[in-house]
Design a protein around this ligand. Structure first.
Ligand SMILES: [Zn+2]
Ligand SMILES: [Zn+2]
Length: 389
């Protein structure tokens, strides 16, 4: 039996094993590099993927952060490549214009897409890769979200948030020496997305206990350990410490790996993600720019843990709820938002989201648990008072 928590993140590339949960698990990513200085290995990665012409996709910010260095590395090794560099502002959105413009810049000879960036550029490259059949590599510039190792692209199409099936990247190259220089709100966002796993994993356990939902203890142990390493180094993140940034990056990549292992997003997403999604959609409808996903998840994890506290007497015997104090102090130590008010969510939107965020999807979480017991309206009132007093 393989012990997942003993493996280094790079060992997960191409891994396949039979698990104590009764399933066969496998990881479709061929190469994972997460260490200081690994950006220099990019030409080697390109060579291993037998690419003859690289299409480099970046925006002005990510090009300055790592693209320029990558272009110089590719040139020095005489690789053929060309670039599409989007403007640095306004913030790039994964919509029809971005997707179309990236596709139009491709050439018939391209046989590898190299995205230099994080959220939008990764999602754009992933969709292009899925639809053209040309593999893509992500060179990460910010540890801001857990979509690096995912197989879906969340997009904004016709003004609505829609998630499209896509593919794994062929390789992920994440150099902490580059990532630590990302804007601070992107560092806290990545940290927030990881802290949200505490409540996501509790929701998964609750669903297993009450509804017999499929559950993989190995995957849970893997995530718990990755999350723990991040919270123990929360203060370091504030100081852009390379080790703290590395742990967050590892956890973000492993989170995608974990979703791939079990074939759904249970290891990474529970009620806290329903809140962030709900807030995001509401902002989108009002034409407002919403907070970074992971920063919303950060605040929502505190909300979700507070709901567990209010549900305490109703929970199954022996059930260990998320530790709200621990979540709160980790977020504060890292400088991440820790309440919906701090995040800028209005009192009205917050109250409404407690009542309706669960409608985002069928998934059973603490929200549906409270609703099934008729407690949700009282919890919405209590938490609105608590967070907006
Ligand atoms: Zn398993
Ligand atoms: Zn997330």
């Amino acid at each position: 039996m393989i012990d997942l928590i003993k493996l280094a993140p790079q060992d997960f590339a191409g891994l396949s094993f039979s698990c104590s949960c009764g399933r066969e698990h496998s990881v479709g990513i061929r190469k994972l590099l997460i260490e200081s200085g690994c950006l220099k290995a990019l030409p080697q990665v390109v060579k291993e993927l037998s690419a003859s012409q690289v299409f480099l996709l970046a925006d002005e910010n990510t090009f300055a952060a790592a693209g320029e260095e990558i272009a110089a590395l590719l040139s020095s090794e005489s690789f053929s490549f060309h670039c599409r560099i989007f403007p640095g502002s306004p913030t790039l959105v994964p919509n029809e214009a971005t997707l179309g413009s990236a596709l139009a810049a491709m050439e018939p000879e391209d046989d590898l897409i190299l995205a230099v960036g994080s959220g939008t550029l990764n999602d754009t490259a992933r969709l292009l890769s899925a639809r053209t059949g040309i593999p893509y590599v992500i060179a990460a510039t910010a540890p801001s979200m857990d979509g690096f190792a995912s197989t879906v692209s969340p997009l904004i199409l016709n003004g609505e948030k829609i998630t499209k099936p896509a593919v794994f990247p062929a390789a992920i190259v994440a150099d902490p020496a580059v990532l630590k220089n990302a804007p601070m709100e992107m560092l806290t966002a990545g940290f927030g997305d990881i802290v949200g796993k505490y409540t996501a994993l509790c929701d998964w356990r609750l669903a297993r206990n009450l509804h017999g939902e499929y559950y993989c203890p190995e995957t849970v142990a893997l995530m718990e350990r990755a999350v723990e390493k991040c919270t123990q180094n929360a203060v370091g993140l504030k100081n852009r410490d390379e080790t703290a940034v590395k742990y967050v990056t590892e956890a973000l990549v492993l989170s995608g790996v974990a979703m791939g292992l079990v074939g759904n997003s249970r290891p990474a997403s529970g009620a806290e993600h329903h809140f962030s999604h709900y807030w995001e959609v509401m902002y989108l409808h009002e034409g407002k720019e919403h907070p970074l996903h992971g920063n919303s998840v950060a605040a929502a994890a505190v909300v979700s843990a507070s709901l567990y506290e209010l549900a305490e007497k109703e929970l199954p015997e022996g059930f260990v709820p998320p530790d709200r104090e621990k979540i709160l102090s980790a977020l504060q130590a890292a400088g991440a938002p820790s309440s919906p008010k701090e995040l800028g969510i209005s009192k009205e939107l917050f109250c409404e989201s407690v009542l309706h965020a669960m409608e985002i999807r069928e998934r059973f979480t603490i929200l549906r648990f409270l609703q099934s017991r008729g407690l949700l309206p009282a919890c919405a009132a209590a938490l609105t008072n608590r967070f907006y007093s």
